[in-house]
Design a protein around this ligand. Structure first.
Ligand code: NI
Length: 289
């Protein structure tokens, strides 16, 4: 199984064809989308250009950039304009940046949302892993941003860390025909994945954790039980690099590696994974009709 995955990873967008006596490598039309990457962070300062070229060579054509807080906006928008048509910015306040001054931070988010179009509100949510001090404020900020998303008919990108129950309570309460989005880096169990699907407008983000030997077990069970129509690919770069790069910097270039693991679990081709997951994300991020 491991050898098969490695081969798929290396050759995933090429197939060999014998024409006359020569073997040609033909590029397949396989388009991947990285629905979640913080490529504007300093970890990419030195080689972003190189990484973007490599990502394109591997078929990763679109990359969605979730915001963190007021400190990341300028760099994120600069990256988006440098790679117009390939990088797309979201706007939102990350739960780990919800502190004493969260109202001021939210005002900045709202000003930007009113100023220009964004593809989504994200990343937003609740994180009880790092710090529980601002739990109440995190809940408030999450709910406020969900309400803006509904008003503006934008999808939301949810960060849930040790907070699936709290997140689901708010999302179920706010859920209506205008609410849709992605549960980024989904860490719930099968039952919670079913609840996400039942919400109606939500997709599940699958990243490097899928490739982790022990901690990836739950995510593998989830992808086996959830229809491909509800899954999207993501890296969360520079974090959570897939095996064999675990512990190193993650990058959008690794999307096909995650896709090949998903293909093995689903028993289908990597081209099908690329086509369906890209279609899922395109439908979500394209303007609401
Ligand atoms: Ni993130």
């Amino acid at each position: 199984m491991t050898a098969k995955i490695a081969t798929l990873h290396e050759n995933q967008i090429f197939k060999s064809k014998l024409i006359g006596k020569r073997v040609f490598r033909i590029k397949l039309k396989t388009m991947f989308v990285d629905t979640h990457a913080h490529l504007y962070l300093e970890q990419f300062d030195k080689d972003i250009q190189e990484m973007m070229v490599q990502a394109q060579e591997k078929g990763v054509e679109k990359i969605y950039l979730p915001n963190i807080d007021s400190g990341s906006i300028e760099r994120m928008l600069a990256l988006e304009s440098k790679y117009e048509g390939r990088c797309f910015a979201m706007m939102g306040l990350h739960p780990c940046s919800v502190k004493e001054d969260y109202e001021r931070e939210l005002n900045i988010v709202k000003e930007w949302l009113d100023k220009r179009p964004f593809c989504a509100i994200g990343e937003i949510g609740i994180d009880l892993y790092w710090d529980k001090t601002f739990f109440e404020e995190q809940k408030k900020a999450f709910r406020i941003q969900i309400q803006w998303a509904k008003e503006m008919k934008l999808p939301i990108v949810i960060h849930a860390r040790e907070s699936m129950d709290e997140i689901m309570e708010i999302v179920k309460d706010e859920n209506d025909e205008n609410l849709r989005g992605i549960f980024h880096c989904f860490s719930g169990h099968i039952e919670q994945a079913r609840e996400v699907v039942e919400l109606g407008g939500f997709l599940i983000g699958i990243g490097g954790v899928l490739t982790f030997k022990n901690s990836g077990k739950m995510m593998r069970e989830v992808v086996e039980s959830v229809d491909l129509e509800y899954l999207v690919l993501e890296t969360d770069s520079p974090y959570l690099a897939p095996t064999p790069y675990r512990g190193k910097r993650n990058e959008s270039t690794y999307i096909p590696l995650i896709a090949s693991h998903l293909a093995a679990l689903k028993g289908c081709s990597i081209e099908k994974i690329a086509a369906v997951t890209s279609n899922n994300s395109e439908k979500l991020f394209s303007p609401f009709v």
